[in-house]
Design a protein around this ligand. Sequence first.
Ligand SMILES: C[S@@+](CC[C@H](N)C(=O)[O-])C[C@H]1O[C@@H](n2cnc3c(N)ncnc32)[C@H](O)[C@@H]1O
Length: 200
Amino acid sequence: MLRLIGNQFKKPTGLLGKIISILMIKGNGPDYDIMIPELDIKKNDRILEIGYGHGLGVNRISSSYDCFVSGIDFSELMFKEATKRNEEHIKQKKVELNFGNFLEVEIKPAQYDKVFCVHVIYFWNNLSEPFSKIRTGLKEGGVFCIFMANIDFINKKKFTKDGIFNKYSIDQVVTELKRAGFEDITYNTNNKGYIIKCRK
Ligand SMILES: C[S@@+](CC[C@H](N)C(=O)[O-])C[C@H]1O[C@@H](n2cnc3c(N)ncnc32)[C@H](O)[C@@H]1O
C-alpha cells in the first residue's frame, strides 16, 4: 500500500491520483509561494515548469505576470487536470502544457529564461542528465530553480521508505549543478526543505 502511494506521488493516476493531487495542492501550495518570487519574472520571459502536476504553479504565474509559461508532465491525469485549470490562458496562448517524460524528450537549445521544478527531482535516478538537459534549454544567463524537501521531512513520510524517492542531500544537488556547468548557485532553507537557484 505504501509503495502504491509513493508511486502516486511520482506519477498520479486514477482515483487515488485525484486524491493525491488535492493533497499536493494543499501541501505544496506554500512551496510555490516561495518559488515564484525567486524566479524574478520579467515581461516576456519564457518559463518552463517540469512536473507541473495539478498546474497550480503555472496558473499563479500566468495570472500574475506578462510572460509565457510552458510545462511538461508525464502523468496523463495531471496533464488533464492542469489543462482544465489553465484553460483560459492556454486559449490566450500564454500557457502551453505538454504531456511527456522530461527525461526522454528532446529540448531545443537556449529557449527558456527560467526553468523550475517543485518536488520532482526525487524521481530522477541520476541528476547529471536532467541538469545538463535543463542547462541546454536555458538561454545564456537563464535561471534554474528547484524546490526539494529535506531528508528529515521526506523520512517522516512512510510512503518514501520503499526506494521510489531518491533522497538527495543539498550537497549532492549542489555538486551535480556545478558538474553540469551551472554558476551562482545559492540556496535558502526552511523547515520543509530547500529552494536552490543557479544560473547558466
Ligand atoms: C510529487 S508531484 C509534484 C507536483 C507539483 N510540482 C507539486 O509540487 O505539487 C511530481 C510531479 O512530477 C511529474 N513527473 C515526475 N517525473 C517526471 C518526468 N520525468 N517527466 C515529466 N513529469 C514528471 C509527476 O507526474 C507529478 O505530477
